[in-house]
Ligand binder design. Structure first.
Ligand code: HEM
Length: 131
């Protein structure tokens, strides 16, 4: 019941939510994330979040997680960053990424809120052309 309510709330938000465990494995993938990346949740759960980004980030991402675990130094968590996302069809798009850290009893996981910036960048480009 509570879970149904929470997923309805999440699905009403245009931002996508991707939850990973400490090793980068995807544990939750919201409806908006499915639309944004073109993957169904069943296709990504249990796989590495690096599948959602282009190189060189994909290869480096495990190292980013390790660096954070070892140093505790936050570079995106609590700050946010515009990064490149990679869709199932291989195309890439600009997205705003906000990362949070959540401690579920016994383990740590990370919440990634993603917003597709494609429309905003198109609009900015058109605006710049007018000036
Ligand atoms: C760190 C890229 C998605 C979790 C990083 C860093 C980069 C990066 C470049 C290192 C930052 C630095 O050292 O300056 C990307 C790209 C993504 C993506 C291109 C596109 C899909 C995600 C998602 C999550 C996530 C969806 C969580 C669900 C983390 C964590 C760190 C990290 C926990 C380390 C903490 C920190 O640096 O503050 N990512 N990431 N990433 N990323 Fe990602």
């Amino acid at each position: 019941q509570r879970e149904a309510l929470l997923s309805t709330i999440l699905d009403s938000n245009p931002d996508g939510l991707v939850v990973i465990d400490e090793s980068g494995m995807i544990e939750f993938f919201s409806r908006a994330a499915e639309r944004m990346f073109g993957y169904g949740a069943a296709e990504v759960i249990g796989r590495n979040v690096s599948m959602l980004m282009p190189e060189p980030y994909a290869t480096a991402h495990d190292g980013y997680l390790r660096r954070y675990r070892d140093t505790g130094q936050r570079r995106i968590i609590g700050i946010g960053r515009v990064v490149a996302g990679r869709r199932k069809d291989g195309t890439t798009f600009p997205m705003d990424l906000q990362i949070g850290e959540a401690n579920v009893p016994g383990k740590r996981c990370f919440t990634g809120f993603v917003r597709d910036l494609t429309d905003r960048e198109d609009r900015d480009r058109r605006l710049a052309e007018l000036q």
